[in-house]
Design a protein around this ligand. Structure first.
Ligand SMILES: NC(=O)c1ccc[n+]([C@@H]2O[C@H](COP(=O)([O-])OP(=O)(O)OC[C@H]3O[C@@H](n4cnc5c(N)ncnc54)[C@H](OP(=O)(O)O)[C@@H]3O)[C@@H](O)[C@H]2O)c1
Length: 228
């Protein structure tokens, strides 16, 4: 990947792990987050911006990849979800990703780049209290396949659908020992995800030449296995 990779959401969590892996491999990263990052690297250009405020003219003319990592886990009983909850989740997970990709389209095509988006295991597995995020991420999965078809063969587009992964976003769900243990036990592989589990797959999707339109489950076995 000879041109920069745009990582939206590089300050923390999975986006940060992807950024660190890319930098370790010698790639250049343009990182965008709303708050300042507490790390630097000669090959990292960190910018402060919300995804919705990204502008084409601020991006390089050629990109080898785009990773869109912002997301939400707002779990509520269905009756407690207001239209504003659905709208906020849809905006952050789906529409802001669309905006970034529309800004990056020309540069991605110039660089024969690859896109990595994020869904969740809760799209393919029905889980209580996930209605809003599962709807928004379902849209991301549809976007992944549509855009992969529309931009082939120039640009590859894939998504990762993680299960619970230890990041600041998941803190509410993993915040105490009992919860963390119960979450680990629910997974056939008996642990929750580590950011590197997800980052390694993201790097593979950025670099592979013959995968497009896929939503890869990275989920400790939650996607396919039933062991009790
Ligand atoms: N962690 C999990 O258990 C889990 C499970 C399933 C799916 N996922 C998905 O995986 C992806 C990564 O999750 P994560 O756990 O790493 O999330 P995270 O810990 O909340 O990190 C999100 C990153 O995105 C940035 N960000 C958030 N909103 C933004 C915006 N509007 N514009 C620009 N940057 C923004 C944040 O930095 P700033 O706050 O500085 O902007 C941060 O760097 C998400 O799409 C999430 O839905 C995560």
């Amino acid at each position: 990947m000879q041109h920069p990779i745009l990582v939206v959401g590089h300050r923390q969590g999975i986006g940060r792990a992807i950024t660190e892996h890319l930098l370790q491999q010698g790639h250049s990263v343009l990182g965008i987050s709303r708050q300042a990052v507490d790390f630097s690297h000669p090959n990292l250009d960190s910018r402060l911006s919300a995804a919705a405020d990204v502008r084409t003219e601020d991006l390089p003319e050629v990109l080898s990849g785009v990773v869109y990592a912002p997301g939400s886990i707002n779990l509520k009983p269905f009756r407690g979800l207001k239209p504003a909850d659905f709208q906020a989740d849809f905006q952050q997970n789906a529409l802001d990703a669309v905006h970034v990709l529309q800004c990056a389209e020309k540069a991605l095509k110039a660089g024969h780049g690859a896109v990595v988006l994020f869904s969740t295991v809760a799209v393919s597995q029905g889980m209580p209290f996930h209605a809003s995020v599962a709807m928004a991420k379902g849209a991301v999965e549809g976007l992944t396949r549509s855009l992969a078809a529309e931009w082939a063969p120039n640009v590859r587009v894939n998504a990762i659908a993680p299960s619970l992964t230890d990041t600041p976003l998941a803190n509410k769900l993993l915040g105490n020992e009992a919860r963390a243990q119960a979450a680990a036990e629910r997974h056939p592989l008996k642990r929750v995800g580590h950011v590197d589990d997800i980052a390694e797959v993201a790097i593979m999707l950025l670099q592979s030449n013959w995968i497009s339109g896929e939503v890869l489950g990275v989920n400790g076995g939650m996607g396919r296995l039933r062991i009790s």
